[in-house]
Write a protein that binds this ligand. Structure first.
Ligand code: 13P
Ligand code: SF4
Length: 301
């Protein structure tokens, strides 16, 4: 089957089964093109809860599909490749978090949305890259355990008076973007602004004009009067930015900043997922209810 035939089959099956396809901003262009909605991790989970469809094909990594399942337990959430996980989310387990909390009885535990459902169930509140500072500042405790991303924790620490105690996790894609890469791109494109994700290293953040989430990057790309922007995050997002803003130029801070986990999903797997109803994402009820509490507390803020 060629791509056109696969796309036609996907469209037909979507209608027959009343399914919706959601794709994260880092997905390959082919997958973004068949998606009903493209967005950031939390935005997509909220979209999953809003849409009428009973079946959601979630093209992203496992914790994102899990968050969608937690917010919409009555829906069938499918992930086209069960191996599409987030290595950073796997850098802390629920039992590690429980043990860590015991050493800091006065503190509150904040979990980035890039965590498993079991970890979310153990924390006081979740956060995303766009609201981490607001979430931390909203808490009554002066001492905050922040997991799993030490780089996002360092960014939050710069914007709060609270003491931030980081877990030793990181995103390999963002850690790979070096200050040298940003300097080289700035030299090549002296008129360009630089936008980076808060999962980047502190010395990369120091060189940025804006430190924003993927969702905010997409919004700012539409709004900005700048014609050239260096993008310090996973390179897949540039496909969407260029498509929506053909007169602007977006340069990846590092040319091959790819999340191989996100890239495990392709058009053929989306079709197979719809045809065979695989792979169903399930979260045990007790874990789901506790994790939902932490996510909803964040949404309230
Ligand atoms: P967003 O929440 O900005 O979509 O980021 C998710 C992610 O995995 C960043 O690496
Ligand atoms: Fe996880 Fe990093 Fe990939 Fe995002 S880019 S899904 S944080 S490994």
């Amino acid at each position: 089957m060629n791509k056109e035939e696969i796309r036609n089959k996907i469209t037909k099956l979507k209608k027959e089964k009343n399914a919706v396809i959601l794709a994260h901003n880092y997905q390959i262009g082919d997958v973004q093109d068949v998606a009903d909605y493209i967005g950031d991790s939390l935005g997509l989970s909220q979209k999953a809860a809003q849409v009428d469809a009973k079946i959601i094909v979630f093209c992203g990594v496992h914790f994102m599909a899990e968050t969608a399942k937690i917010l919409s337990p009555e829906k069938t959430i499918l992930i086209p490749d069960i191996r599409a996980g987030c290595p950073m989310a796997d850098m802390i387990t629920a039992s590690e978090l429980r043990e860590w909390k015991k050493n800091y009885p006065e503190s509150k535990a904040v979990c980035y949305v890039n965590t498993t459902a079991e970890v979310k169930a153990e924390c006081d509140i979740c956060c995303t890259s766009s609201n981490a500072v607001t979430v931390v500042n909203s808490l009554s405790a002066d001492e905050i355990l922040f997991a799993p991303d030490k780089n996002l924790a360092a960014y939050v620490a710069r914007h709060t008076k609270k003491k931030i105690i980081p877990w030793d996790g990181y995103c390999y894609v963002h850690r790979y973007i070096k200050a040298r890469d940003i300097m080289d791109k700035k030299n090549l494109h002296p008129q360009a602004e630089t936008w980076v994700h808060p999962e980047c290293l502190p010395e990369v953040i120091d060189l940025a004009d804006k430190v924003i989430s993927t969702g905010k990057m997409v919004q700012e790309a539409r709004k900005t009067k700048k014609k050239e922007i260096i993008i310090g995050t996973e390179s897949g997002i540039i496909y969407r930015m260029k498509k929506e803003n053909p007169t602007k130029n977006f340069y990846p801070a590092r040319d091959a900043a790819f999340c191989f986990n996100m890239k495990k999903i392709d058009l053929g797997k989306v079709l197979r997922s719809l045809e065979n109803m695989i792979y169903k994402v399930e979260v045990p009820l007790e874990v789901s209810q506790k994790a939902r509490g932490a996510i909803e507390k964040m949404i309230e803020i």
